[in-house]
Design a binder for this molecule. Sequence first.
Ligand code: UDP
Length: 234
Amino acid sequence: MKKGKLIYEGKAKKVYETENPDLLIQEFKDDATAFDATKRGTIREKGVCNNKISAQLFKLLESKGIPTHLVELLSDREMLVKRLDIVPVEVTIRNIVAGGMAKLLGLDEGIELKVPVLEFHYKSDALHDPLINEYHIFALDLAQEKEIKAITQYSFEINGILQKFFDHVGLKLVDFKLEFGRHKDKILLGDEISPDTCRLWDKDTNKKLDKDRFRRDLGNIEEAYQEVAKRVLS
Ligand code: UDP
């Protein structure tokens, strides 16, 4: 599949058209940004790790009945995906308190939640992806009720599948972000699932093996991505 026109360049990925109008190529970069791109850097080989980790996790999810945009892995940094009309609502699922939830509610990181927490955030860099609820979504027509129902159900199912998978490879799934899109009247999981979009802690030591090492200048960033790739792809 040949790369056509570049149609989007984000913080961590480039998206290209292909000769098939329904298919796109996602190319994963080594660039990293945090805090609304006020912090910028490069994490060597991050793109390769995230591409392979994401493809592996999407394949796992597909095998368990979750429809995703993944068609196939093309190369070290590229995957072929279906073109989606992205729903402008990001889903966050949390199993353990960290990051934004610790800050919002004045909680210590590491508290295990009695039940997973699902949050919706309006997808807007300019507004820093603000927390919203279903009333905002329907009032502003960001998605239909049946779409949010599917997105919610898939998100909790994905959490269960991924928690179990990561547990097998010695990782705690603290929290993660998902994006969904519309494709021929169906909702599909899009974007990526990687240490850029998940918090992953080592099960025995609680060592952070995700983008927080970059956000918080914890060092050994490349090693953390390599370690997750090694465990996920083993
Ligand atoms: N996340 C993401 N993209 C975003 C915001 C958050 O992938 O624009 C991920 C983040 O890596 C974490 C989870 O979503 O795994 C929850 O992030 P949180 O809301 O705590 O925000 P953060 O602390 O990252 O600002």
